[in-house]
Ligand binder design. Structure first.
Ligand code: NIG
Ligand code: FE
Length: 436
């Protein structure tokens, strides 16, 4: 072979000896693109300068990859190696908690009854508005630290507990400032249409007008958000109000997302599809037409990813599981997320959502793993950068304690992470006894 056709790539990080390397890469086949994890038994991954440069088999590794001087060779010793997780629906910045509200629900009150009585989202809004910038930054940083220890390397961050121009922008500024100094990638979302604030309780349309005319242009002008989201629900915002908000967002370059059909059927999934939303989230009460709208093939426009939040369903305890099987079988893309928030899902354990995806939503191990990696990345429109181990993508890599794919959703409520690499750099080192 001539010197000009160098057959090997240089790497400064090689992780080899995986029990299974799960690339989660999209592979087109007659069976469809979603059925595979791109698993390579005994596989290896190589990175250079924070990017994946090679994936393949143990046999091909010595021929095709050279470690640069000072580079690191890590032996996974039979463990699963896979992409960093993507948390695609998180209400990250809030102050206070709603532990007492949980007890009211245990005693029989519903989420919507509590909200209508002035609790719910509004009680978190009061606590969040009263918190200092420093306090909100500290809480946000701490939550990102927790996510990272669970192997989550990209996190969505919604506003939504400010509900005034000043307070919503403040939350987005907290995300910008914290993200600048944190390993985790943060994707900010303006969720001003989360609840109607008390100041506007008798004139919700004026609040919507304010979002459209003031908050969206300001968030876009200062490049504080990638997405615009809205809560389409009785007691929150009507489909028509959500349409106004998301269309205004789109006009200003904020990509649409929607909290759709969570507590009751509102036609949210259909609306999300019609507006070309990047995701339609919750879907516990989606209609057959809504399922079809999220799975319609042949359409030119992009279809929303169905983001399912079984933790919220579980924690609210009001029933109505999202029809994951029907969505998947119809051809929709399905992601899973914690929905981290103080009211309906105070958890940061995305692995637990994968287990619920299995036991509650009947998703296979392959489907739930895709749902917290590549499909979640698609729900944030970052699937060209993260969510799978493919050449050119970020070297966000996990080594797990588990050795087989099927163990991932099986051993539940625990943290299977052994090592986390972010942009090719070791950022979390754990063992069975805890942090080191
Ligand atoms: O995704 N549904 C609306 N928003 C959150 C709940 C927020 C809260 O209760 O504070 C959710 O479940
Ligand atoms: Fe939510």
């Amino acid at each position: 072979m001539s010197e000009s056709t160098q057959a090997w790539v240089e790497a400064d990080l090689i992780i080899s000896g995986a029990g299974e390397l799960l690339t989660c890469a999209r592979v087109s086949s007659a069976l469809g693109a979603r059925s595979t994890l791109g698993a390579i038994p005994g596989g290896a991954v190589a990175a250079y300068d924070g990017r994946v440069v090679w994936t393949g088999s143990a046999e091909a590794l010595p021929e095709e990859v050279r470690l640069v001087r000072g580079g690191q060779n890590v032996d996974a010793d039979g463990r699963v190696v896979m992409p960093g997780l993507v948390e695609c629906h998180a209400h990250l910045a809030f102050a206070g908690d709603r532990a007492d509200e949980f007890q009211l629900r245990v005693a029989g009150a519903t989420y919507q009854e509590i909200a209508a009585a002035g609790g719910g989202i509004m009680s978190t809004v009061h606590a969040t508005r009263a918190a200092s910038d420093e306090m909100l930054r500290a809480l946000t940083r701490r939550r990102l630290d927790h996510f990272l220890r669970y192997g989550v390397t990209t996190v969505e961050a919604k506003s939504g507990y400010g509900l005034s121009q000043e307070q919503e922008l403040r939350l987005l500024e907290v995300y910008r400032d914290v993200a600048a100094a944190h390993a985790v990638d943060v994707v900010p979302t303006l969720l001003a249409a989360h609840a109607v604030p008390v100041e506007y309780s008798d004139r919700p349309d004026d609040y919507v007008k304010m979002i459209v005319k003031k908050m969206i242009p300001a968030a876009a002008k200062h490049k504080l958000a990638k997405f615009c989201d809205a809560f389409c629900e009785k007691g929150a915002f009507t489909p028509e109000q959500c349409r106004q908000v998301l269309e205004a967002g789109s006009e200003h370059g904020l990509l649409p997302k929607l909290h759709a059909d969570q507590l009751s059927y509102t036609g949210g999934a259909e609306l999300a599809a019609e507006l070309g939303a990047v995701s339609a989230d919750h879907l516990d009460h989606v209609s057959e037409a809504g399922v079809a709208a999220l799975a319609a093939s042949g359409a030119n426009k992009r279809l929303p990813v169905a983001v399912l939040l079984p933790g919220a369903t579980f924690f609210l305890g009001e029933g109505g599981h999202a029809p994951a099987r029907r969505l998947l079988d119809a051809g929709a893309r399905v992601a899973l997320s914690t929905d981290l928030n103080p009211g309906s899902s105070p958890t940061q354990n995305l692995w637990l959502m994968a287990t619920m995806g299995g036991s509650q939503l009947r998703m296979t191990a392959e489907e739930v793993i895709r749902a917290i990696t590549i499909e979640a990345a698609a729900a944030l429109a970052v699937d060209d950068e993260v969510g799978s181990l493919e050449v050119g993508k970020k070297a966000d890599i996990l080594i797990l304690e588990e050795t087989r794919t099927s163990e991932i959703p099986y051993r539940y409520g625990m943290n299977p992470v052994w090592r986390v690499y972010k942009d090719g750099r070791l950022v979390v080192k754990r063992d069975l006894a805890g942090e080191m």
